[in-house]
Design a protein around this ligand. Structure first.
Ligand code: ADP
Ligand code: ZN
Length: 733
């Protein structure tokens, strides 16, 4: 017996290869390379799997796998004409799989999510002038001749346009020998950035930061936090680092949390580099997807800007990664392979031995801690560009400054809105709650409308008169009669959503031009862009919205931001609730007063003495982070300890609880960690499935992965139940 399969055991002149398939299987499968087909790790191949043909990747030899008997091996069907998956991408797939405890094939699926891209784009049909034809000349033929004479072959579509003839004329000329058909390589999908263009003249502090980041290009792995207040010019600074990486001939990846909504970022990029970058996120079309994947893989796309999954693009020569808004919760993927893209980006940079820049005005405690321990370096930009001042933040104590009944705006916020609008300035109201009201109840019997398949109230959306579950999408018409007691006209909306707020604002300021912006009211990136454009053009006086208005947009005329319920994010047992509240509200507040005008931020709160509120008011971020850190250190929570969550779910609560008892008994025991649970998840029922949570809490020097792996290896999960593993959980629902 040979010990350990390799990818190239000699079988009478033929070779054995391991092929990883983009399927949730435990590992790679062995195949035989047919005679004359030389295969190397990274090659995309088509192989028979059962009765199907599946595309996979020739994987690197794994040690310790017991080889399948040679006689039982099936042949690789064919090699696909695509650039191979680079070695660094393969190592990244293995690494992410190992860290997140996912099957490597499930991770590979993210790296080859566009099967169509494995076929090279078709060459263009083109024609060249031969002048050897027969038959008479016509005005149409003359025009074709004039376009083609002395020139290179032209694609049919261009020729038709330029000569003003139908395709039939051209085909007839080719048949008569005047033209010769040719094949042109397809037009490049992405033009190269123009490196001769200059960015703005940087301030001394910006220049120093830019030189520092640029100086790292080509010098191996290094993680840098680019830390600076909103408007400090962080984007301008990292654009210089991008230019430096491009100048050295390498590719660049920029991750943004809400790529679909950042038309503004794309405009700035185009202004700086003269071209659009390749864009990668869930909302691009299948053909854009094919183009972007292929262009990232063959190096034609020099810069890719994308959402978290862009990390898995097959860059052959990545030289720099930038993660903008590194603290953003959107970097955590919660479905399928559960991973934190910011952390995995650092891993990708380490495997590629390249620098990575994490950018934020409110860095995560994880990153701040890594700076403190010296693992990451920090580059600071302390001031807003061109002396623009930071907004003045004040708390409105709702215990004293009470809004009138069934309204949500306190007298001081009303006053501030009145002043702002009277001065012809713009204002914004922020409430992180879609719809009209988060709860509808019957005043007669107390019945509350709940989702039939989730542990959640139905949210009233007055537009369309619907009640909707924000977790599963269930919806129903809002009835007039209570379904429990049959009383009519007694259903009451409880609490505000943005729609209700807009109603109050419209009543208070009948002359103001008001717009609401939520994921319900703006359908897609284009609609969002249009609305943002109207705000910037000062066609809107008061913008009301959820967190989609908090991100990145630049509204020069905005001088007042009202946060309607600053406490909203503090509710619930999430260990990062205070940190997130601080980050979100800081970001919302950062929309005010970006130009030469000072801005004001009013936070309506019932807990004005909460550390997050005090930090927002005082602007003392670092003190807040120290307090947060002290609390987490005390509790052994991240970043001072490690967490892994197990979410067990199933349709039958009894079977679920029985299995949870089995899991409990099999739970790991030992030094340096504890297992908490099972506990019903806060979202105890989701889409009709009951859910229980376990939490494995480890000391910082104890890795949760081996513990979870051993734990799950010791139990058999019944077919109707599902166990999801969430390493480094961010959501606790
Ligand atoms: P941040 O990313 O830190 O929020 P930005 O890079 O978006 O900051 O800069 C804020 C605004 O200031 C942008 O409109 C940007 O173009 C402008 N700006 C920043 N630095 C400069 C500079 N050196 N010269 C001209 N404009 C600048
Ligand atoms: Zn639901």
């Amino acid at each position: 017996m040979r010990s350990g399969a390799t990818s190239s055991l000699d079988l009478n002149g033929q070779t054995r290869v391991a092929v990883l398939l983009p399927l949730p299987l435990p590992g790679a499968y062995d195949y035989r390379a047919p005679e004359g087909l030389a295969l190397a790790p990274g090659d995309f191949v088509s192989i028979p799997l059962g009765a199907r043909e599946v595309v996979g990747v020739v994987w690197d030899p794994a040690l310790g796998r017991s080889p399948v008997a040679a006689a039982r091996l099936r042949d690789v069907s064919r090699l696909l004409p695509a650039p191979p998956l680079p070695a660094v991408s393969r190592r990244f797939v293995d690494w992410v799989a190992g860290y997140t405890l996912s099957p490597p094939g499930a991770v590979l699926r993210m790296a080859m999510s566009v099967p169509g891209a494995l076929v090279p784009p078709r060459p263009l049909a083109a024609f060249r002038w031969l002048a050897a034809g027969t038959g008479k000349s016509t005005p149409a033929r003359e025009r074709v001749r004039a376009v083609l004479r002395d020139g290179p072959p032209r694609p049919l579509s261009e020729l038709v346009l330029e000569a003003g003839v139908g395709p039939g004329v051209i085909k007839a000329m080719a048949a008569a020998g005047w033209l010769e058909a040719a094949r042109l390589p397809p037009a490049p999908a992405f033009a190269a950035p123009d490196l001769k263009r200059k960015g703005p003249t940087l301030s001394p502090a910006q220049g120093e930061a830019a030189r520092s980041l640029s100086g790292d290009i080509g010098h191996g792995f290094k993680t840098t936090l680019l830390d600076g207040v909103t408007g400090a010019g962080k984007t301008e600074v990292y654009f210089e680092a991008i230019a430096a990486a491009l100048d050295s001939g390498r590719q660049v990846l920029v991750l943004l949390p809400e790529i679909a909504l950042s038309a503004e970022w794309l405009e700035r990029f185009a202004a700086r580099f003269g071209v659009a970058p390749a864009v990668w996120h869930s909302e691009i079309s299948p053909s854009e997807r094919r183009r972007a994947w292929r262009a990232a893989g063959d190096g034609e796309a020099r810069v890719v800007v994308g959402a978290r999954s862009a990390l898995f693009l097959p860059f052959p020569d990545l030289g720099l990664i930038v993660v903008d808004e590194e603290h953003d919760g959107a970097y955590k993927q919660e479905e399928g392979v559960i991973y934190q893209a910011r952390d995995m980006a650092v891993v990708r940079a380490r495997l590629g031995d390249i620098p990575i820049v994490l950018v934020s005005a409110t860095p995560s405690l994880e990153t701040v801690r890594n700076v403190a321990t010296g693992r990451y370096r920090a580059v600071h930009l302390a001031h807003r560009h061109a002396g623009a001042s930071l907004p003045l933040v004040a708390a409105v104590d709702m215990r004293r400054d009470r809004p009138p009944a069934r309204s949500w705006l306190s007298p001081s916020l009303r006053q501030a809105l009145t002043e702002t609008l009277a001065a012809g300035d713009q204002a914004m109201l922020f409430l992180n709650r879609r719809g009209y009201a988060p709860l509808t109840l019957c005043r007669h019997c107390g019945h509350r409308f709940q989702c039939p398949t989730c542990t959640s109230w139905l949210v009233e959306h007055r537009f369309g008169a619907r009640l909707r579950c924000h977790h599963c999408g269930f919806e129903m018409a809002r009835p007039d009669v209570c379904p429990a007691c049959a009383t009519a006209g007694e259903l009451a909306a409880c609490g505000p959503g943005v729609e209700r707020l807009a109603e109050e604002a419209a009543a208070l300021f009948p002359n103001a031009r008001i717009a609401t912006m939520t994921s319900d009211t703006v359908a897609g990136p284009r609609a969002a862009e249009a609305l943002i454009g109207r705000v910037r053009a000062k066609e809107i006086d008061l913008l009301i919205g959820t967190q989609i208005i908090a991100k990145g947009h630049n509204f020069p005329g905005l001088t007042l931001v009202g946060v309607v319920d600053a406490d909203l994010g503090l509710i619930g047992g999430d260990l990062r609730a205070a940190e997130r509240t601080y980050q979100l509200l800081h970001q919302v507040g950062g929309r005010a007063g970006r130009a030469d005008r000072p801005g004001r931020v009013l936070l309506q709160t019932y807990s004005a003495d909460h550390p997050a509120m005090m930090a927002l008011v005082s602007g003392d971020r670092d003190r807040f982070l120290e307090q947060e850190a002290a609390g987490r250190r005390e509790a052994g929570l991240p970043p001072f300890g490690r967490l892994a969550a197990l979410i067990v779910s199933g349709g039958d609560a009894g079977a679920l609880d029985r299995f949870c008892r089995v899991l409990s008994r099999a739970a790991p025991r030992g030094e340096g960690f504890t297992v908490l649970g099972p506990a019903p998840a806060p979202l105890a029922i989701l889409r009709g499935r009951h859910r229980r949570r376990f939490l494995l809490k480890c000391r910082h020097d104890v890795r949760p992965q081996p513990l979870v792996r051993a734990w799950l290896a010791g139990v058999k999960v019944p077919g109707a139940l599902r166990v999801q593993v969430d390493i480094d959980p961010y959501g606790f629902l």
